[in-house]
Design a protein around this ligand. Sequence first.
Ligand code: C5J
Length: 226
Amino acid sequence: MSKTVDLAAEPYAFTLSPGHCALLIIDMQRDFLEPGGFGEMLGNDVSQLRRTIEPNRRLLAAWRAAGLPALHTREGHRPDLSDLPPAKKVRGRSATTIGDAGPMGRILVRGEAGHDIIPELYPAPGEPVIDKPGKGAFHATDLHSILQHRDVKQLVVTGVTTEVCVNTTVREANDRGYDCLVLEDCCGSYFPEFHAMGLKMIKAQGGIFGWVAHSDGLVEALAGLK
Ligand code: C5J
């Protein structure tokens, strides 16, 4: 697919190359998004994240219909916690931390119900799922080689949370030479001000880490690719 499409974005138009672009959906996991999960247990307002489900669902459907590659990430650790840095285990001084029993199984442990991706955005067969122990999706994962083998040079990035795992991943991707388009309505934070600032930091200084746009333009462009 050699056709390119210019999408309205900030700080300036993003030239989408469908043949070299992948959708990367960050950590849309039950423990972060669902009422009764770990995020809510910590006192967070999950509705701030849940508003991203429908835009992501619509985007993912359009993306798949256009025949483009989608990848999903999950933040979490091995059941024996051997990949959990001690500093991450104790951070926050919470009574309940990663690896402990939580409302949907052991918190952020692979294989537990809360660690899995929400049903609305469940990966289709053949869509890679990147299990990441850190905030960034490139740290200690095979994401970079999977993208390189598919000749991916651009990433459309969505998911949660804007200022933590989305921002960290976009910065890692930028340093590895990828152009990133972040979709504002498909990302979310428990803290609206961090969401706004997280997006601002990406597109500041001429797009120091990448581009920011609404998903409407991309969904419309994808329909035109069929
Ligand atoms: C993510 C977090 N996914 N906020 N994790 O952003 O700890």
